[in-house]
Design a protein around this ligand. Structure first.
Ligand SMILES: NC(=O)c1ccc[n+]([C@@H]2O[C@H](COP(=O)([O-])OP(=O)(O)OC[C@H]3O[C@@H](n4cnc5c(N)ncnc54)[C@H](OP(=O)(O)O)[C@@H]3O)[C@@H](O)[C@H]2O)c1
Length: 284
């Protein structure tokens, strides 16, 4: 019996494997990576590795064993049919008879281009007959501090989210949640709405950034169309610009503002405040 983590070499996956190593022997953990070289860091720790690709169903055949607990980390390939990629893992897990399949889904009950693949994957899981857990993760706080220096330099934070709130948490918080589920009991067929304990908005974010840098940071809310144009003008491919601006529209409507407290209950501690994430980013 192994705890198997797909997407193990990604930002979230690495944190999950690190967290698992604190709770279970290394040889009971399997890291699924896309190339053998990407597994070197895990092998050095005594973690087993398996090489597989969501796009090549045969690579998942025989990868799982009966009784395994699996964390399916959602694909990062935004131009692929991600639900079809995830079904490859679900089918292999069902064929093997795994005892639990946890899936990193998206928070909120709303429909958007980002959530569409997650909802289809959730449906496939429900229909699979497998014991599953939905980890409906809200946004990663780290996404909002990406290229923070540009904002500080300009003294202006432009977004299309109005004053909508976001209950983000850090990848480390979500990873700890996944570890709690993979190593705990009684999570079968549960759906967890996971996010930060405190929701924040961009006016507060700008004020926090201003306090921590001693600079004036002016939050300038714009329309979704204007924000999309701005991102494309800055060199972002249109697909990603549309997705990011669409996410801001969801924030504006309060669709990601829910604070269920489920993540802090799972991990037995408070989630990381956005101010701490801002502070960590400014130290980089
Ligand atoms: N909640 C949020 O705010 C948020 C934000 C961004 C993404 N996400 C979702 O959360 C997931 C994990 O986040 P992250 O930060 O860890 O992303 P990440 O660092 O990009 O990691 C994604 C992982 O998925 C693997 N992967 C991609 N395509 C694959 C394929 N065809 N077959 C097998 N593995 C594949 C990658 O493998 P390689 O190491 O070989 O590249 C990587 O290990 C993302 O993939 C995305 O679905 C959520």
């Amino acid at each position: 019996m192994s705890i198997v983590v797909t997407g193990a070499n990604g930002n979230l996956g690495r944190l999950v494997v690190e967290g698992l190593l604190e709770k279970v022997p290394a040889d009971r953990i399997t890291a699924v990576v896309r190339g053998k070289e990407k597994g070197a860091r895990f092998e050095a720790l005594g973690v087993r590795i398996a090489v597989a690709d969501y796009n090549v169903p045969g690579t998942f055949e025989g990868l799982f064993a009966a009784g395994d607990r699996v964390l399916l980390i959602s694909s990062s390939e935004m131009t692929a049919d991600r639900a079809a990629q995830h079904r490859v893992v679900i089918d292999a897990a069902r064929a093997a008879g795994v005892s639990l399949l946890a899936y990193t889904s998206a928070a909120g009950g709303h429909e958007s281009p980002l959530t569409e693949a997650h909802r289809r994957t959730e449906k496939a899981l429900a229909e699979s007959g497998l014991p599953y857990v939905l980890l409906r993760n809200n946004w990663y706080s780290e996404i909002f501090v990406d290229r923070l220096e540009t904002v500080v330099e300009a003294g202006v934070l432009v977004r299309a989210a109005g004053t909508g709130r976001i209950a983000s948490a850090t990848r480390a918080d979500y990873a700890a949640g996944a570890v709690a589920v993979l190593t705990g009991t009684g999570h079968e067929n549960r759906t967890y709405e996971l996010g930060g304990d405190t929701a924040w908005n961009f006016p507060e974010f700008a004020a926090e950034l201003g306090r921590r840098t001693g600079r004036e940071i002016v939050y300038t809310p714009v329309t979704v169309e204007a924000y999309t144009e701005l991102l494309v003008g800055a060199g972002m491919p249109e697909l990603y610009a549309t997705i990011l601006a669409g996410a801001d529209a969801s924030f504006a409507k309060g669709e990601l503002a829910g604070t269920s407290g489920e993540l802090s209950r799972l991990i037995g501690r408070a989630t990381t405040q956005i101010g701490e994430t801002v502070a960590a980013a400014l130290k980089r």
